[in-house]
Structures are given as structure tokens and as C-alpha cells.
Design a protein around this ligand. Structure first.
Ligand SMILES: Nc1ncnc2c1ncn2[C@@H]1O[C@H](COP(=O)(O)OP(=O)(O)OP(=O)(O)O)[C@@H](O)[C@H]1O
Ligand SMILES: [Mg+2]
Length: 506
């Protein structure tokens, strides 16, 4: 007999103008790892927010049965009390607080009403051991890498005696090593009886870890696949996700000829006074017109820092070395100088610096290039609407209209808006930092196709990516970074997964 810890029955959820979920049925057996998959905007995050009380009882229809009882969570703390913990797509830690404060914030160990910090730290240490995170509980969150922050989030969930742990794209921001560690931890938690729901776009991961996988499409349950019955495979998942078969993950590239050198970076070093060390050191590389240059490396190898130091140096590093664009020396004292020179940077952190979440799609797309649709300081609204609609459809942003607030879009669709914003600037050199993080297989193909089209039109692209498949599948040339230095350059023909990893771990 099956023992379901959770049954969501006939769940429907509507936002103004969007039917996010329609009669979704979702059953999770006690002690299993159940993956939830589907295209961007399919409704995965919404379903989990319904479950955890982010959307309170009364704002959706249908029933949540948890531990055999119908639950009417009015707020998040109700679901926490019941033993449900959710770790969001974008982490929700306080960067300026310590590890232990983050674990116990709002849940401090008290003795006769007074917070017992010593005891709190001791307990935090125990939680950190459970997730095998070897850091001082008194270190600040902002000083930890994303992988470690993720583990702190899980430690926080464990401190609340979680029975059902929900992870929304937990490995999206992790490198392969950290991802593997996390998956291993989930397996161990499973053996301790913790049930887990994991949302992921990384199908290899799903195949590696899932006992079951439920596919959502357009807000409906399509099917639940069972690993024990051999039903979980990449093809089957993709077919159910998109409703058709996809043969290739990377689009075919026509023969591409490269032009002159667009960007040349010579003996470039960037010193971070706050960290007290170099984030980039004696870096040399170049990019030609029409070329896609991949920048590979592990998390923390300095790829983003290098890109930012070139892109007007917003973090205020101390710089040394030369930048040449089209063979002429340039120097940018501000990001806007770099933009004027034809560089655009699509950030990996769309929430932090990429998008204005409280604004709509239209404003976000036009914001970086307002002058091109304005005359005498007045924005031409018709033009703005036209442009926004153009990018919405060419990038297949899933939203009812360009008036949709960006903060309400699904993660992957936010990423597409971010790309649209920078394409509208019409750059000559596009820096893409983790361009397909959190993006589903179908939409990835679209983004790769767009990249190929852009280079055919003469643009150059630097692509920072932690996904080796993507680096290999898309780059004409690859530089591998480690500890702020370029450790090697590989042509498309000579590059393979092993060579990249070798250089990245030097
Ligand atoms: N607060 C909101 N207001 C309006 N629409 C919303 C809101 N939250 C989600 N939606 C819409 O509901 C649908 C489902 O979104 P959801 O975030 O659940 O997708 P998802 O499957 O998690 O996608 P992704 O893989 O991109 O994260 C989308 O069309 C989204 O635009
Ligand atoms: Mg989501």
C-alpha cells in the first residue's frame, strides 16, 4: 500500500489574466525524491508556493492533503509548523548576517525569553554538520560561495524539523562539483526519512536522483513517471514537457568566418581592495567579429569579475593592463562608457542587477536604450510598445502582455526579458553570463539559435558558462579560468569535457 505524505488534488490558481494552474493533481510518497519538471512558466514554482502557504488557502481552489489531513495554510509559518520547508529559486538569505543568524533567524534558541546565542551557535554547528558544511558559523553569508549558501539554506530547513523539503532549482547556480554534493546530500536525507520535492531543468540530474518525476505543461499535470518502472529517461521527459520530440540540443551552425579583432585584453589585472586580492591576474585574451568565445571555469574562478572589470568596472577594482577595441586603446571609467563603446553585459544575477522587478516587460526592455525611442526627452510610447512586442515574440517570453510586471514572470522568462533588454541596445560585443541558467530545454534551443543569428549579423559574444555541454556546444574558442588566471585556450576542435576540467582545476 502506498503511503502518500502529500496529495495535492485538483489545484487551480489564477493570477489576473493568467491561469497558472488548472486542476493539478500531484502525489508524493513518503521518503521519495520526487522531481517536478516542465518548461518555463509551466507552473512548477506556483504549485510549490500554493503548497507552502505563500499563496494562502482561499487564493487557490482544490485541496492540499499533508500527513493525511486537509491543510488550510494561511501563511508560510503554518506550513513550516506542519514540517514543510521550501528553498526558493533565488536564495533568501541575509548576506550581511552570519551563518548561524541565518539558520536561526526568527527561530532563535531562547532561555526564559532571552536569546541564548552560545547555544544557538552550538546548534547551528550541529546543523552544519548534518549538511557536511565545514564553515565557521560566525562567517558572513556574503563571504560564502553560492554552493555553500545553498547548504546553509538546507541546514536552516533541517533546524525546523522538516519532513518535506522542497527545492526550487537548487543546482541552477552551482558548479558540477557542488551540484553532485548536493544530490548526494539529498540521497542521505532520504535515508533519514526526509521526503524531497525538487524542481530542476537539468534532466541528467533528474534522471540521476528521481524516484518519480511529475511533468507539468501549461499549468496541467501531464504524467508521473516512475524510476522503478524504468519510465524516467531524457527523451520521455522532454517529449512530455514540450509535447513533441527534440532531436538536437544545439542548433546547427552554418560555416562562420571571423572578422577583425573586436576586443583585445592585454596583461589585465583587477585587484579587489575589499577582498584584498586579485580577482583577475595577468589575463590575455581576444574576441573576433562573429565569434563566440566561451569562458569556462569553476564557480569563483573569476570569470564574472573579469567580465565586470572590462565592462566599466562597476565594482571599483584596481585595474592594470590594456583594453583595445578594434585595435584602439579604450578605457571605461563607468559602465555607461562601455555601453557607448558597444559592449552589453547580460548578468547572471537577474534579480540583483539585471531587471527592474516592479516594472513591466515594456519598461525593462527599453530602459537601457531609451534615447533611441525618444525625441526631445519624450519617449515615443508606440515605438516602445512595438519594440517590447518584438522581443517578447522573438524571444518567446511567456506572458499575457508586455504590461506584465517582470517580478511576476517565471524565472526563465525573466532571463529572456533581460536578454531582450540588452539586444535592444544593439551591442557589437555581447557578454552573456550564464545565459541559460534556469531555462528549459526548448527555450535553451531558442537562445542558442538567437546567439547564432547574432554572430551571423556580425556581433561577437563572450559566453560565461558553468555548463560544460553548453560551452562545448556553442563556443568557437574556449578560455578556461582558475583563480583569476586564464589557464589555457582550446579550439573548438580540441576541446572536450576532460581538458576543460583539467585546466579549471589546476
Ligand atoms: N505573481 C504572479 N502574477 C502573475 N502571474 C504570475 C505570477 N506568478 C506566476 N505567474 C505566471 O504563472 C505562470 C507559471 O509560473 P511559474 O513561476 O509557476 O513557472 P515555472 O514552471 O516555475 O517556470 P520557470 O521554470 O521559468 O521557473 C507563468 O505564466 C507566470 O508568468
Ligand atoms: Mg520557477
Amino acid at each position: 500500500m502506498s503511503d502518500n505524505i502529500l496529495e495535492m488534488r485538483q489545484i487551480s490558481k489564477e493570477f489576473t489574466g493568467v491561469k497558472a494552474l488548472t486542476d493539478v493533481n500531484f502525489k508524493v510518497e513518503r521518503g521519495e525524491i520526487h522531481c517536478l519538471v516542465g518548461e518555463n512558466g509551466a507552473g512548477k514554482s506556483t504549485l510549490m508556493k500554493v503548497l507552502s502557504g505563500v499563496y494562502p488557502h482561499g487564493t487557490y481552489s482544490g485541496d492540499i492533503v499533508f500527513e493525511g489531513q486537509v491543510q488550510n495554510f494561511a501563511k508560510i509559518s503554518d506550513s513550516v509548523k506542519a514540517g514543510i520547508a521550501i528553498i526558493y529559486q533565488e536564495l533568501a538569505l541575509f548576506p550581511d548576517l552570519t551563518v548561524y543568524e541565518n539558520i536561526y533567524v526568527g527561530n532563535e534558541v531562547k532561555r526564559s525569553g532571552v536569546v541564548d546565542w552560545n547555544q544557538t551557535i552550538v546548534q547551528a554547528q550541529q546543523m552544519l554538520q548534518k549538511v557536511k558544511l565545514n564553515v565557521n558559523p560566525e562567517s558572513l553569508i556574503k563571504d560564502l560561495g553560492v554552493g555553500k549558501q545553498q547548504l546553509v539554506e538546507i541546514a536552516k530547513a533541517l533546524s525546523k524539523n522538516v519532513k518535506l523539503l522542497i527545492l526550487d532549482e537548487p543546482t541552477a547556480a552551482l558548479n558540477e562539483n557542488d551540484s553532485e554534493n548536493l544530490l548526494q546530500l539529498l540521497r542521505e536525507l532520504k535515508h533519514q526519512g526526509i521526503t524531497c520535492i525538487m524542481i530542476s531543468h537539468k534532466l541528467k540530474e533528474v534522471i540521476a536522483i528521481a524516484d518519480k518525476a511529475t511533468v507539468l505543461r501549461d499549468g496541467r499535470t501531464i504524467c508521473t513517471l516512475d524510476a522503478a518502472k524504468g519510465e524516467i529517461s531524457e527523451n520521455v521527459i522532454i517529449k512530455n514537457m514540450v509535447g513533441r520530440e527534440i532531436d538536437d540540443i544545439y542548433p546547427k551552425r552554418l560555416d562562420q568566418t571571423f572578422g577583425h579583432t573586436v576586443l583585445e585584453v592585454q596583461d589585465w589585472s583587477a585587484y579587489d581592495p575589499q577582498l584584498g586580492r586579485h580577482v583577475a591576474k595577468e589575463v590575455n585574451f581576444h574576441v573576433k567579429k562573429g565569434e563566440i568565445v566561451g569562458l569556462a571555469g569553476l564557480m569563483g574562478s573569476g570569470r564574472t569579475e573579469l567580465a565586470l572589470s572590462i565592462f566599466g568596472n562597476p565594482k571599483g577594482y584596481k585595474l592594470q593592463g590594456e583594453l583595445l577595441m578594434n585595435d584602439a586603446p579604450v578605457s571605461f571609467s563607468h559602465t555607461s562608457d562601455a555601453i557607448k563603446a558597444g559592449i552589453a553585459y547580460v548578468t547572471e544575477d537577474r534579480k540583483g542587477d539585471g531587471l527592474f522587478l516592479i516594472q513591466d516587460i515594456k519598461n525593462n526592455v527599453s530602459i537601457a536604450n531609451l534615447h533611441s525611442i525618444s525625441s526631445r526627452g519624450v519617449i515615443n510610447d508606440n515605438e516602445e510598445v512595438k519594440i517590447a512586442n518584438h522581443y517578447k515574440s522573438s524571444l518567446t517570453v511567456k506572458a499575457p502582455s508586455i504590461e506584465q510586471i517582470v517580478g511576476n514572470l517565471s524565472g526563465g522568462n525573466q532571463q529572456k526579458v533581460s536578454l531582450g533588454k540588452w539586444l535592444f541596445v544593439g551591442p557589437k560585443l555581447l557578454i552573456l553570463d550564464e545565459p541559460t541558467r534556469g531555462i528549459d530545454v526548448g527555450a535553451k534551443f531558442e537562445i542558442y539559435t538567437i546567439m547564432n543569428k547574432l554572430i551571423r549579423e556580425g556581433m561577437s559574444i563572450i559566453m560565461i558558462s558553468s555548463e560544460l555541454g553548453e560551452v562545448l556546444g556553442m563556443s568557437d574558442r574556449i578560455y578556461v579560468m582558475a583563480e583569476g588566471r586564464i589557464k589555457g585556450e582550446l579550439s573548438q576542435a580540441e576541446a572536450d569535457q576532460e581538458k576543460i576540467m583539467q585546466l579549471a582545476t589546476q
